[in-house]
Ligand binder design. Structure first.
Ligand code: SF4
Ligand code: SF4
Length: 109
């Protein structure tokens, strides 16, 4: 579930507002988007993936919000971590070729 928009990192480009498939954010003139409908978040990570500033944190547990400890950790280290892990962003390389999840499908058939 979407948890944080960093006011320090956000450049108010509103890419996340447009990327979100469930309209969770409201654009704010000259400021970071507001998480207006958090309960509508589907934990799809699209906002975090497309944010060019690593200014967002989506907690991986879909059916509960982050704990206070997770929020603190996110503020320090986790913003944009999913995006980084899959290799999106300047200076990063895609990790798609290392994804072995196709094995699950292969074994299921
Ligand atoms: S994780 Fe997906 S559904 Fe949730 S706010 Fe981001 S883009 Fe929207
Ligand atoms: S995509 Fe990132 S930088 Fe752009 S408005 Fe959203 S949080 Fe801010």
């Amino acid at each position: 579930m979407i948890e944080l928009v960093s006011a320090e990192r956000c450049t108010a480009c509103n890419i996340c507002v447009n990327a979100c498939p469930t309209n969770v954010f409201d654009a704010v003139p000259d400021g970071p988007p507001r998480i207006a409908r958090q309960d509508d978040c589907q934990t799809c990570f699209m906002c975090e993936l497309y944010c060019p500033e690593d200014a967002l944190y989506v907690a991986p547990i879909a059916d509960r919000g982050a704990t206070a400890e997770e929020r603190d950790a996110a503020a320090v280290a986790l913003m944009g971590s999913y995006r980084s892990a899959i290799g999106w962003g300047r200076g990063r390389r895609s990790t798609a070729s290392a994804d072995a999840s196709f094995e699950l499908l292969r074994r299921a058939h």
